[in-house]
Ligand binder design. Structure first.
Ligand code: CU
Length: 394
C-alpha cells in the first residue's frame, strides 16, 4: 500500500496533494438531474473545463450539495483549518464506487482531481465531517464531450496493454523471487527483491483500484493488523531483519497468487483518459511520499528501484494520453518531456551496474541534500503533469 501516509517535503508554502486514480470508469447514471442552480463555470462550447471548488470543514464538504453540467470537470479541494477532515470523494449514486478523490489534504493544503462527469446523481463524501455525505447533481450539457472517441479509446487500449504487460511480467518475476525464497536461498532472494517489485510499482494505481489486493501485496508493517500482514514488505522484513527465509513459503506462494489475480483482473479494468493522466501524477506522488523518504523499502533500502519504476509507469501513462492533447498544448507537452528527461538525468548518478537496488545504489547511500534534489525534480515534473487530466477530456 503506497498511498500517501507521510508528508514528503515539497517546499511549497501551500502544498498540493494530488489525486488518486481509481480504476473504475464513470458510468452513465440513468435520469437527468433536475436543472438546479449551477454555481460554477460550466464547460463551454470552446471546451473549457468547469471548475468546482470544495472546502473541507469540520462540518464536512462545503458546499454539501453541488451542481454541475456534464463534461470535463476539475474539483479543487482546499482545507483551511479542518483537522479531522482531509479527503473529498465523488462516488456513484449508491455510494458503491469511488470515481475520483483527493486525499491527505490537511489544514493549509489543497489538491485537485479531474473527471469527465456524465449526467446523473452522485454522492460526495468527506469522511470525518459531522455530516459526511453530500450530493452532486449533474445536468446534461447538451453537446457532451468534444473529444474524439476513437482517439480516446486508442489511448485507453494503449495504456491497458502496457498495464497487462507489466502485470504479466510481475507474475513472472515474483514467481522467480518466490522460488528463491522457498529454496531457502537468502542471498538470491535478497538480490531478486527489488527486481521482482518493479513491474508492480509501474502500475500501482491500477492495483490500488482492486480492493484489498494492494494491501495484500504491498502493505508496510502497521498498515494492516499484524496477523494480516503479507506481501513484499512482510517478506522483505524477514529477509533483511531476520536474515532468514524460514517459514516464508506460504507468504511467497500467496504473493504469486495475488500478483496472478492482479494480472487476470486487468481485462476488466475500465478507464477514461483523465484517470490515466491522474494515475501518472499519483505515481509521482508515490515517489514523493514513500521513495524520497525511504519509507517504502525500509529494510532493504532498495527504494530507488521503486522510484525508477514509478517514474517509468508515469511516463507510459503520459505517453498513452499525450496524443489527446490539442496542438496548442505543444508547450505543455514539451515541458513535460523535458522534465521527464531532467528527472532521468537527476537519477543517473545513482545508477550503478550491479547496484544493490537492481542497478541503483541504496537509499541509505544518499545524503539529505541528494534526496532533496531528487524531490525537486519530481515536483518539477508533477506540476505540469497534473494539468494534463483536465486537458485530455476535450
Ligand atoms: Cu508501493
Amino acid at each position: 500500500m503506497s498511498t500517501i501516509e507521510q508528508n514528503a517535503p515539497r517546499g511549497r508554502a501551500r502544498r498540493t496533494r494530488s489525486l488518486t486514480l481509481v480504476g473504475a470508469a464513470l458510468v452513465v447514471v440513468g435520469g437527468l438531474a433536475a436543472a438546479g442552480c449551477t454555481e460554477k463555470e460550466v464547460a463551454s462550447d470552446d471546451g473549457s473545463v468547469q471548475v468546482i471548488e470544495v472546502a473541507l470543514t469540520d462540518a464536512g464538504c462545503e458546499p454539501s450539495s453541488l451542481s454541475a453540467t456534464a463534461g470535463p470537470t476539475t474539483f479543487k479541494v482546499s482545507n483551511d483549518d479542518a483537522g479531522g477532515v482531509t479527503e473529498f470523494e465523488v462516488l456513484t449514486a449508491d455510494g458503491g464506487r469511488v470515481l475520483g478523490e483527493s486525499e491527505n489534504i490537511g489544514p493549509g493544503l489543497d489538491g485537485s482531481f479531474s473527471l469527465t462527469l456524465k449526467a446523473g446523481s452522485y454522492q460526495t463524501y468527506c469522511p470525518g465531517g459531522s455530516k459526511e455525505k453530500g450530493t452532486l447533481e449533474v445536468a446534461d450539457g447538451g453537446s457532451g464531450l468534444t473529444g474524439d472517441p476513437a482517439a480516446q479509446a486508442q489511448a485507453v487500449s494503449t495504456y491497458l496493454a502496457y498495464v497487462q504487460q507489466q502485470a504479466d511480467e510481475g507474475v513472472s518475476r515474483t514467481t522467480q523471487f518466490a522460488d528463491a525464497v522457498k529454496a531457502g536461498d537468502l542471498a538470491k532472494a535478497q538480490s531478486l527483491f527489488a527486481w521482482a517489485r518493479e513491474p508492480y510499482e509501474t502500475i500501482e494505481p491500477i492495483a490500488e483500484s482492486f480492493g484489498d489486493l494492494d494491501p495484500r501485496i504491498d502493505a508496510r508493517e502497521g498498515d494492516v493488523p499484524a496477523a494480516d500482514w503479507t506481501g513484499f514488505h512482510r517478506i522483505e522484513e524477514a529477509l533483511w531483519v531476520q536474515q532468514s527465509t524460514a517459514g516464508l513459503a506460504p507468504l511467497a506462494d500467496q504473493l504469486v497468487a495475488d500478483m496472478t489475480t492482479l494480472a487476470r483482473s486487468i481485462p476488466s479494468v475500465q478507464l477514461e483518459p483523465s484517470q490515466i493522466a491522474n494515475g501518472a501524477v499519483a505515481l509521482l506522488d508515490e515517489v514523493s511520499a514513500s521513495k524520497i523518504t525511504g519509507e517504502e523499502d525500509r529494510y532493504s533500502h532498495t527504494d530507488l528501484a521503486d522510484f525508477a519504476a514509478n517514474v517509468a509507469g508515469a511516463k507510459a501513462a503520459f505517453q498513452a494520453v499525450e496524443p489527446l492533447l490539442a496542438a496548442d498544448e505543444a508547450d505543455l507537452v514539451s515541458t513535460i518531456q523535458q522534465r521527464f528527461a531532467d528527472l532521468d538525468t537527476a537519477l543517473a548518478p545513482y545508477r550503478v551496474a550491479g547496484g544493490p537496488a537492481d542497478g541503483y545504489v541504496l537509499y541509505t547511500d544518499l545524503t539529505p541534500a541528494q534526496t532533496a534534489a531528487l524531490a525537486g525534480s519530481v515536483d518539477a515534473l508533477a506540476e505540469p503533469l497534473s494539468r494534463v487530466a483536465a486537458l485530455v477530456l476535450q
